[in-house]
Design a protein around this ligand. Structure first.
Ligand code: CA
Length: 368
C-alpha cells in the first residue's frame, strides 16, 4: 500500500512537471513524499592534517561522517588531507574563496590573517578545554568568533580539543630559570614567543623533523601534543625527561570553518545538523585524547621508563608573567584582537577561580 502510494505520487509529480512545461495550468499540487523534493549538497572538507592523522585527522573524518549520516546523504561531506586539494595552510583561503565548502584546522594557523584568531585555538596560561567550551558556547565567544570570521567570508565552529598538552621532551633537566637560557627548543606560536623573551631559542620545526633534530642535538627540547601523539612519534627514544604542565597550550581547540555562502544556502535543518555534528565532534575528540593519553602515559612510564618532571615554580611563574605581556602585546596592535582579548581575559579571570575551587580542588582531594 505504502509502495503504491509512493509510485502514484511520483507519477503525479512527473506529470505535473510535464503539464507545467507544456504550458497547461496545474490544477492540484501533487503530494510527493517530502524527501523527494529536497535538494542535495556535496561539500569538500579540506584539512590542515595529514589524512587520517590520529586524533586530529580522524576527528575531521568523524565530523564529515556525522553530517553525511545525520542528513541521510542530503549533505555529503568528503574529507581531503592537507595537500590533497590545497596545501595545509591554505585551507583557510580555499574555504574563504569557495574552492572548498568546509575546512578543519586550528585557528592559530591564521594569525597572519588576523592576530585575533589565536584566542580561538590556544593561549599560554589561557583556558583549558572545559573553559574554552564554556567561553565559546555560553560566554559570548561564539559571537566574537562569528564576527571575526565573517570578515573572511567564513562561519566557524569548535570541532575538537586536545585537552591540556604536555610541556615537552627535554634532554636536560630544568631546575631553575638559568637552565632555560640558551635552550634550543621547538615550540611554535605564542609559547615560542614567550620562551624567546626569557632567553631560550625557540623554533617552529615541522613535525617530521623533530625526532632527528632532537637525536642529533640540533635542539635540546621539543613540545608536541601529549602522551597519545608523542608516544607514536617515539620521542622517549631520544629525550629522557617529559615535562608538565603544557602551560603554552592548556586546551588547544580545533575548528571547522564553512564558506558563508555555502552555509547560508543550506536549509535550516541541514544548518542545524552541521552545528550539532561539530558539537559532537568537539566532544568526541576530547574524550579520545583524554582516554588515550591515560593509556599512553602508563606505557611511557612503565615500559619506556620515561621520567616525568614538573617545571619548577620559579620557571612557571616567570613564564606566566611573560605570557601576560606577550598576549597583551598581541591585542595592543589590532582592534579585533583587542576586542577578543578583553572578553577572553574577563572570562578567564572569572572562570579560573571556579575551576580551581571545583576541578582542581576535587582532583587534589582525590589524590590525597
Ligand atoms: Ca603543541
Amino acid at each position: 500500500m505504502q509502495r503504491r502510494k509512493f509510485i502514484t505520487a511520483g507519477l503525479l509529480a512527473g506529470s505535473a512537471v510535464l503539464a507545467t512545461a507544456c504550458g497547461k495550468k496545474e490544477e492540484k499540487k501533487p503530494e510527493a513524499p517530502a524527501v523527494q523534493t529536497k535538494k542535495s549538497y556535496e561539500w569538500r572538507m579540506v584539512t590542515t592534517w595529514p589524512k587520517n592523522f590520529p586524533g586530529l585527522g580522524t576527528g575531521a573524518n568523524k565530523l564529515a561522517q556525522y553530517i553525511t549520516d545525520a542528513s541521510e546523504g542530503r549533505l555529503k561531506v568528503t574529507v581531503y588531507g592537507g595537500g590533497e586539494v590545497v596545501p595545509p595552510l591554505e585551507s583557510f583561503d580555499a574555504v574563504s574563496k569557495g574552492t572548498a565548502e568546509m575546512g578543519h584546522g586550528a585557528a592559530y594557523y591564521w594569525k597572519g590573517k588576523s592576530p585575533a584568531t589565536q584566542f580561538f585555538a590556544a593561549v599560554p596560561f589561557g583556558l583549558n578545554a572545559q573553559e574554552t567550551n564554556a567561553w565559546i558556547y555560553s560566554g559570548g565567544g561564539q559571537k566574537l568568533w562569528d564576527d571575526l570570521y565573517a570578515q573572511f567570508n567564513l562561519k566557524p565552529f569548535l570541532a575538537g580539543n586536545t585537552g591540556v598538552q604536555m610541556g615537552g621532551w627535554f634532554n636536560r633537566e630544568i631546575n631553575s630559570l638559568d637552565d632555560m637560557n640558551g635552550l634550543k627548543i621547538r615550540m611554535p606560536g605564542l609559547g615560542g614567543d614567550v620562551l624567546t623573551a626569557i632567553g631560550a631559542v625557540a623554533n617552529t620545526l615541522p613535525g617530521g623533523e623533530i625526532f632527528t633534530s632532537l637525536q642529533s642535538g640540533a635542539i635540546d627540547a621539543t613540545e608536541w601534543v601529549g602522551p597519545y601523539n608523542d608516544l607514536a612519534f617515539g620521542f622517549y627514544k631520544v629525550a629522557k625527561f617529559y615535562y608538565y604542565p603544557g602551560w603554552h597550550e592548556p586546551g588547544t581547540a580545533l575548528e571547522a570553518f564553512v564558506n558563508k555562502q555555502a552555509y547560508d544556502a543550506l536549509p535550516a535543518d541541514l544548518q542545524q545538523i552541521v552545528t550539532v555534528a561539530c558539537q559532537a565532534a568537539n566532544n568526541d575528540m576530547l574524550a579520545e585524547f583524554t582516554a588515550k593519553n591515560g593509556d599512553a602515559l602508563a606505557t611511557l612510564v612503565n615500559e619506556h621508563n620515561v621520567q616525568l618532571k614538573r617545571f619548577p615554580d620559579e620557571v612557571l611563574k616567570k613564564l606566566s608573567t611573560v605570557s601576560e605581556e606577550v598576549v597583551s602585546d598581541v591585542a595592543s596592535g589590532d582592534a579585533d584582537a583587542k576586542k577578543v582579548y578583553e572578553n577572553f581575559s574577563a572570562f578567564r579571570s572569572k572562570v579560573s577561580k571556579w575551576t580551581t575551587l571545583s576541578e582542581v580542588g576535587f582532583s587534589e582531594a582525590r589524590d590525597l
